[in-house]
Design a binder for this molecule. Structure first.
Ligand code: GDP
Length: 176
């Protein structure tokens, strides 16, 4: 560490002992990734969108794995109605990745969402030099395995950075 920059905002969560943990700072966009598999937990998505609003970052909804051709859940349209941008993508086929890159622009972003929704795969699509290990879905529960254990900021060619988040099974924003 050569310097600690000032935080203009921070994504924080409380751990189960009531202590606050900073997951990322200086974010312009918090991108909530949702997929048909593992089954979307909209309660977690809502909490991340609340956290984005609380910290003053833009909430972006990313509907991944569209190559699976599953119907879009009605909640996604509700997000559109609330004014959130929604990008439909597939990290497998590459569909929508350019649109996602456009939404992230040159600012600082973080991909969040349940384990297994494809965050690491999306980072690999968005950043040529990234080589993030991809976890399979455990066949017993169809829940994602936790492969990401530490946050990592990947520098974007556009000037900003994109943060890979630790496997977050649950998330509650800190309300001061
Ligand atoms: P993370 O836990 O959110 O980082 O998810 P991963 O990127 O590790 O992906 C979890 C699983 O979903 C892996 O088996 C990926 O191959 C798969 N996956 C990721 N993106 C897609 C996609 O766009 N389509 C399909 N069909 N599978 C995907």
């Amino acid at each position: 560490v050569t310097a600690v920059l000032e935080r203009r905002n921070a994504l924080e969560r409380s751990d189960n002992r009531g202590k606050t943990e900073v997951l990322a700072a200086n974010l312009d966009t918090l991108a909530i990734v949702i997929a048909p598999e593992p089954k979307a937990d909209f309660f977690i998505a809502d909490r991340f969108l609340c956290a984005a609003a609380l910290m003053g970052a833009r909430g972006l909804v990313v509907w991944n794995k569209i190559d699976l051709n599953r119907p879009e859940p009605p909640e996604i349209d509700q997000y559109r109605a609330l004014g959130y941008a929604v990008v439909a993508v597939s990290s497998k086929s590459g569909l929508g990745i350019a649109a996602l890159a456009g939404e992230l622009g040159s600012g600082n972003s973080m991909l969040v969402g349940q384990s297994g929704v494809g965050k690491s795969s999306l980072i690999n699509c968005l950043i040529d030099t990234a080589d993030v290990s991809i976890g399979g879905l455990s066949s017993a529960s169809r829940e994602g395995k936790h492969t990401t254990t530490a946050s990592f900021a990947h520098h974007l060619g556009t000037g900003g950075f994109l943060i890979d988040s630790p496997g977050i099974r649950d998330f509650a924003p800190v309300i001061n």
